[in-house]
Design a protein around this ligand. Structure first.
Ligand SMILES: *Cc1c(COP(=O)(O)O)cnc(C)c1O
Length: 491
């Protein structure tokens, strides 16, 4: 039975409200029972999806016919929630995601949780705009930022905002460093030819040069410091580069250290880099996109030693933190640096000491976005539900699976490791196989639905890359992936 959502076209709520059925306003139905029942069914379908996850293929390509249907223009007339959901359930939901599956190990992506899903539902239901003002959503975000600062060993003065991911969090870090280097006048005058230069390891994520690009400094302002696969940047080379730039009259201002490189999971020596930053008075920003969660594991925390000296840190909740997409975070040691970088005054955003316009500074003072969803809720509910120790154990387990996978590959004569297993990522290849063949092999394994690794290039060689991020992935899943690889090379 198709449920029809009733729409009332109201040009004047005050008068037409009385004539409409009781309770009907705007886009809301007159009678909630149908939509409520649909909501319960959707929740059941989603829970069925979680329960049956391991039995489903890791990835199914969207069939051509369905893809074509999704490329058709939308009709102006609504079909109602029931019919839209029916279409989603059949044509989108089976093909919408791979990263929830335990066999997904292709890219650094978290697996999400049903708790996070419920949190998203609550967030959308409440629908606050977390750009600012005086409501509980702002406090929840502040609590999450405070928790994050403590996790990283940053002081009480720290401030931060939730972002869509580490790309934007790194960008915010770069902008804060720029403002700190040139003073707040840079916001009006621009960098005006100031010869700013920044440093990052060759293993740095692509969003780091892009951040320099977006900040108007240009990617040429980023010096790539050598870093061996699975290891951190060469600290002596960093020092030499800074000294050379200084001698040439340029303005070194920022080091972007990596805690968990996207290719191999390598960590920079944050303590040594912090010492150099202190000596040369440079801003230390750490891209700890997924490495940050090592802080929650006593066994892994030493990898982050020195992060407590950072001026700013970017990381993601949607990777090892398992919060559903999207949820990143930037925390700045001195929160005032963020307001100095972003706060504005606008008549329509006036602040008051009471009423809804109180409770300043607002998140919109600490980053580039004004309207912001309630990301904090799913982060808060994940941390609150599972607790820091459990999230640390998830990170430890991911690293243990990666180590076991590394040991298996080392023991397979047909395979070789292309980088040491530094954290949760394993890069390997069939011995002697050319890059094009490795890429075909990986696409075959993905299409088989058995596992989803990806590829990268390590020292010029194409590698199969397995990043263990999903909390559901076990050694049985990585064994299936290796078996699938071996079967395709006839071993
Ligand atoms: C994932 C990742 C990023 C980018 O983060 P997004 O959340 O995808 O924007 C940056 N740096 C590293 C090391 C990463 O792993």
């Amino acid at each position: 039975m198709a449920h029809s959502v009733v729409f009332y076209m109201q040009d004047d709520l005050g008068t037409s409200e009385a004539s409409a059925s009781a309770g009907a306003r705007g886009l809301d139905p007159a009678d909630w029972s149908g939509l409520r029942a649909l909501g319960h069914r959707i929740i059941d379908d989603l829970f069925d999806g979680f329960e049956g996850l391991a039995d489903a293929p890791v990835w199914r390509q969207l069939p051509a016919g369905l893809r074509a249907g999704l490329r058709a223009p939308l009709d102006d007339r609504g079909v109602g929630a029931e019919a839209s959901y029916a279409e989603l359930r059949d044509t989108v939901m089976p093909y919408a995601s791979a990263n929830n599956h335990p066999g997904f190990m292709g890219w650094v992506q978290g697996g999400g949780t049903a708790v996070g899903m419920l949190a998203e539902l609550i967030a959308a239901g409440l629908n606050p705009n977390c750009g600012g003002r005086d409501h509980a959503g702002i406090e929840l975000e502040r609590q999450v930022i405070g928790w994050s600062a403590r996790m990283l060993g940053l002081p009480e003065t720290a401030g931060g905002v939730l972002t869509s991911g580490s790309s934007i969090a790194n960008f915010i870090g770069v902008l804060a460093a720029r403002t700190a280097a040139l003073g707040p006048g840079v916001r009006a005058a621009g960098i005006a030819g100031a010869p700013l230069v920044a440093y990052a390891g060759t293993c740095a994520h692509g969003c780091v040069p892009r951040a320099l690009d977006m900040a108007g400094l240009g990617t040429d302002a980023l010096r790539a410091i050598p870093a061996a696969p699975g290891a951190g940047m060469d600290v002596a080379a960093l020092r030499a580069a800074i000294e050379a730039d200084r001698a040439a009259g340029r303005l070194p201002f920022l080091v972007v250290a990596t805690a968990g490189s996207v290719d191999t999971g390598g960590f920079d020596d944050l303590g040594a880099i912090a010492a150099i930053c202190a000596e040369f008075r440079l801003w230390l920003h750490v891209d700890a996109a997924f490495g940050a969660f090592a802080a929650l594991s006593p066994a892994l925390a030493p990898l982050l030693a020195g992060i407590e000296r950072a001026d700013s840190v970017a990381f993601d909740f949607h990777k090892l933190g398992q919060v559903p997409y999207d949820a990143g975070c930037v925390v700045v040691r001195d929160g005032a640096r963020l307001s100095a970088t972003f706060a504005q005054s606008a008549a329509y955003l006036g602040r008051e000491s009471r009423g809804l316009a109180a409770n300043s500074p607002w998140p919109c003072d600490l980053g580039p976005e004004l309207s912001r969803g309630f990301r904090a809720l799913k982060v808060w509910m994940t941390i609150k539900s599972y607790g820091a120790a459990r999230l640390g154990a998830v990170t430890e387990a991911a690293c243990a699976v990666a180590r076991a996978l590394g040991a298996r590959i080392a023991a397979e004569p047909a395979l070789e490791l292309l980088a040491p297993v530094a954290f949760n990522i394993v890069c390997f290849a069939p011995r002697g196989m050319a890059g094009a063949a490795v890429r075909e092999l990986v696409a075959d394994v993905q299409e088989s639905g058995v596992a989803a690794p990806s590829t990268t290039i390590i020292d010029g060689r194409t590698a199969i890359r397995a990043a263990i991020v999903n909390h559901r992935t076990t050694a049985a899943d990585t064994d299936r992936m290796v078996d699938a690889v071996l079967a395709r090379i006839g071993k």
